[in-house]
Design a protein. Sequence first.
Length: 441
Amino acid sequence: MSTRKNKRFINPIYPLVVYALFFNSPVCAEISQAESEATYKQLEIFSNVLSILQENYVEEIDSKAALNGAIRGLLFSLDPHSSYLPPESFKELQDETKGSFSGIGIEVTIKNDYLTIVSPIADTPADKAGLKANDIILEINGEKTKNMGSYEAIEKLRGPAGSEVTISIHREGWDELKKMTLKREDIPIQSIKAEFLSPGIVYSRITKFQSHTSNEFKNKLQEMKGEHQISGLILDLRNNPGGLLHQAVSVADIFLDKGKIVYTKGRRADQNTVFSAHANVDKRQYPIVVLVNEGSASAAEIVAGAIQAHKRGIIVGTQTFGKGSVQTIIPLPDGAGLRMTTATYYTPDDRSIQALGITPDVEVPFVPGITPEDAGKEKKILKEADLTNHLPLTIQEDETNADKAVDELEKRLQQDNQLRSAYNIIKSLSLFSEYNQIDQE
């Protein structure tokens, strides 16, 4: 039995230090004296509890770990996107925005108290395993994710390339959990992909908004303009979890010449910001269709919302994720970081996206495509070429190549009904634009 007397062990240093830091911060200027005194009392209680634990807990307390845990708990209680980033996590976040990390390739958040996938990043282990937006991760390597912050979960999901992680997934409509083991990979995220679907029709996919995205996107469009005159653009933002706010603004600015792109509202006046478009030297007046789905979030929603509000393009797909808050990253002295929600953002027509998302102009639910096996089972339609002794058609080599390209496009559109809808819309808009131009001439 311990001979230690049962008494309160109060260390007066902790509340005084925290109190000094708190009252010397800019935030304090907006807090009343009554609120300040109440906060100090709570800080004093916290320091008392920590002192008691240090002296009486069954095992020796690691004070630094305990304080870090308290900070995590404080931020976790605020909202799903505010978090404390230890030095290693802060460095990983910086590396990710520059374009690479090692893991399975998913963006996660806390939704209704559950660790939820925002979206899998294209061509990553998570994407290849069939993970989808709104899938709930209930376990990581056997550890329950309940009350686990999003960045704590990310730390557990990431690791050296070649190593494995096992997760348990619940999806709406499933009767039981599905456990899957994924092998981590080095994931250099190429945020921009662009190609011609057919002459004049560009398909471009942005997988995430990183530090170089807008310049890369602009350069891709310029390169493709050198190959063929662009008559229409399909911008695919499906399963794009967001990224850097200023990059989303820059991408939207490529297609807008004036007006607001997005604006933010915060608690403090200096957190209220308006981002506006600038006149572009290179006029890109061709029609645009933007593809979105439930995995399109944050910065992706800013781009879609701006284009929709200015009626610069047509939004096609399904309701987006609905992350309409802005996070500010504040470096801390020990190499750690504070990720804090400081504002909510609004589209140019004054719509808040938070917990609502962007509603497409043309709603097209995703339907799994026709496989080559299914295509072979379809009822064959009799054509002239199937008749015995039909007159042959002389085909030149360039026509044969064109037919092959059409066949490849058709197979691709069969696999992706949302892309098929976008393609049909952009073709119609392109033709209308051409006819309108001829009439004006």
